[in-house]
Design a protein. Structure first.
Length: 119
């Protein structure tokens, strides 16, 4: 489990980005639910924590594809691949994230950087 932040420090409607590799973000919805997904859009190198949270979806700040926080699924292009979802629990007031063992779907520019290419 990776500690994210105190639940009291993450208001509803806000996101908190973890300094993991690849980065993960925790979203606190207006309805009070918590979700964690990979922070980087699968289309290009955009942070979904900087996007717009609406219900159980976050809209990418660059080209407006929307990701379902419950499943990671994307609704429409330009992004085509889902983001990973991660388990979230709150223990003693602290949000904890258990990272998925699935392979991430980074955008091509980030995948090249992770692979040590010119990016
Ligand atoms: S970078 Fe997210 S849709 Fe293009």
């Amino acid at each position: 489990m990776i500690p994210a932040c105190r639940l009291a420090d993450l208001p509803r409607g806000e996101a908190h980005r973890l300094d993991t590799d690849p980065p993960v973000s925790v979203f606190h919805t207006d309805e009070g639910e918590l979700f964690a997904i990979d922070d980087t859009c699968t289309h290009q190198d955009a942070s979904l924590a900087d996007g717009w949270l609406e219900g159980c979806e976050v809209e990418c700040p660059l080209h407006a594809s929307k990701f379902d926080l419950r499943t990671g699924a994307v609704d429409s292009p330009p992004a085509k691949l889902a983001v990973r979802t991660h388990e979230v629990v709150v223990e003693e007031g602290v949000i904890q994230v258990r990272l998925s063992a699935a392979a991430p779907n980074p955008p091509p520019c980030v995948a090249a950087r992770l692979a040590g290419g010119p990016g």
